[in-house]
Design a protein around this ligand. Structure first.
Ligand code: TRP
Length: 474
């Protein structure tokens, strides 16, 4: 059996069936358009129906155009044309009609992941011996894949490693960008495990109107902000794709293996690529998948290919890792586990996430205390009432109030936060007062980050970004 054939009715044969079905659907359509002979059209339809029955028999799912089988299958609302009722969540777009933000419970069902429930949070506490991070306690990290397996193995002394990343699209990072890193730092501390951080300067070059030099420079600048989160250089490897891809034969071999096992049809279904997208984009997902496999980093894992990977990321990155998890067993590697976070809302409201290209949608890590104050006061969408009298009488709505949402991310004290929720809901706390609390939380936090970043030297960046063994024995 060659590499490409997979095992029995494995993903490859279902994928072949899927591709046949898609082709047959196209054929029926073109026959109809061409007003072909009725007998020919009927015959083509009969075959299409038969393929659909076969497909359901094998996959247990109804065939849907643009939605390939298995782990990867997720309804892609652009292609299904569902009238825009579903939230849009993919690596490039996040949008919803609801002021409360994306419906994350629905997303779990659509993506086929699992909810991080109280039981899992308690288990993380038990296994790590630490109080769970408030991102876990408050459902900011809300969804996972295979986290129980990771904990089972860890309890049996089988370690794992962390992988996360960032697309360096500009020099300016905002507070939302810190969420995965703050959480990853906590995971690294409580489990004492290696961490690899991918900076996808290649991705940004392919997707944006930027030069290679710009993207690479942004990667190094962003690395400083990441290092400022407090990572330990002896346990952390940060890499730019533009540098590491060319310097690591093992990494590139994994990229090629992945590329061989994913078809154009599959990435079209997952990412919505079209015929006019450049081929760099089409093959990029393999590069984001490769760090999920431990032998991409022989200097850290001594060539071992079986070290379990855990990826903390925002839920919009899940398509990459559905693809990764689908190919993993076919190329002899364990599937990476995942922990997914919700999005950090824009100041203007939770209908979308913050954008680095709109200065007023975000609090940047470079903002001065005064800018923070002005942005919050001017732009933070309020769930309060129009007049003080009305607000006192009816109270505000914290569920759509961006200042309150931000406090759930950054205020560590659960009791204090709960009191604010109650007071705001009852009308005892006014919008201006709530905003002041947020400003008082953000200003020292951003100032501290700026201090930390100032202390990150070019020499330190170089150290973090040099392929080398870490303080772990694999
Ligand atoms: N594609 C991500 C972005 O644009 C960057 C990234 C690469 C990433 N690998 C990752 C994010 C792993 C989370 C986990 O930001």
């Amino acid at each position: 059996m060659t590499d490409c054939q997979g095992e029995g009715i494995g993903p490859v044969t279902t994928m072949e069936l899927y591709e046949k079905l898609t082709a047959q659907g196209d054929k029926v359509r073109s026959l109809k358009t061409a007003k072909a002979d009725k007998a020919d059209v009927d015959a083509a339809i009969q075959l299409l129906l038969k393929l659909k029955v076969d497909y359901k028999g094998v996959t247990g799912q109804d065939y849907q155009a643009g939605c390939p089988p298995s782990d990867m299958a997720v309804s892609n609302n652009r292609q299904l044309g569902n009238g825009g009722e579903e939230d849009t969540v993919d690596p490039w777009n996040v949008a919803t009609n609801s002021a409360k933000g994306v419906d994350y419970d629905k997303l779990i069902v659509r993506f086929g992941s699992s909810k991080i429930d109280q039981e899992l949070v308690d288990r993380i506490e038990k296994v790590s011996g630490q109080k769970p991070h408030h991102f876990l306690r408050r459902g900011i990290f809300f969804s996972h894949r295979d986290m129980h397996q990771v904990l089972d193995a860890y309890e049996k002394q089988k370690s794992f490693y962390l992988y996360t990343g960032r697309g360096p699209s500009s020099q300016a990072m905002h507070v939302g960008h810190l969420i995965p890193f703050v959480f990853t730092k906590w995971l690294q501390d409580v489990f004492n495990i290696p961490l690899v951080i991918q900076l996808t300067d290649d991705e940004k070059y392919l997707w944006k109107d930027l030069t290679l030099e710009d993207c690479h420079r942004f990667a190094e600048e962003n690395a400083k902000d990441i290092i400022a989160c407090g990572f330990d250089v002896n346990k952390t490897f940060i890499f730019s794709d533009l540098d590491y891809m060319g310097s690591s034969p093992e990494f590139y071999r994994n990229v090629v293996k992945i590329q061989k096992h994913v078809t154009f049809n599959q990435v079209k279904g997952i990412f919505g690529f079209s015929d006019s997208d450049c081929i760099g984009k089409i093959s990029f997902p393999a590069i984001q998948a490769a760090p999920s496999f431990s032998n991409s980093f022989p200097q850290i894992f001594k060539g071992r290919k079986d070290v379990q990977c855990l990826i903390p990321c925002a839920i919009d990155q899940d398509p990459y890792f559905r693809m990764t998890r689908d190919v993993a067993p076919r190329i002899g590697y364990p599937k990476p586990a995942l922990l997914h976070s919700t999005f950090f809302p824009a100041l203007q409201g939770a209908q979308t996430k913050m954008s680095a290209s709109d200065a007023n949608s975000s609090i940047f890590l470079t903002d001065t205390p005064k800018q923070i104050k002005n942005k919050v006061n001017k732009h933070a969408f309020s769930g309060g009432k129009d007049t003080i009298e009305e607000h006192r009488q009816h109270g505000g709505n914290p569920d759509i109030d961006v200042s309150f949402m931000y406090l759930t991310f950054f205020m560590e004290d659960d009791e204090q936060l709960e009191k604010i929720r109650q007071d705001y809901t009852s009308g005892a706390l006014l919008t201006g007062e709530l905003k002041k609390m947020l400003i008082d939380t953000l200003q020292p936090m951003i100032t501290a980050h700026q201090e930390n970043r100032k202390n990150v030297t070019d020499e330190m960046v170089k150290q973090f970004m040099t392929p080398r063994p870490l303080d772990f024995n694999f």
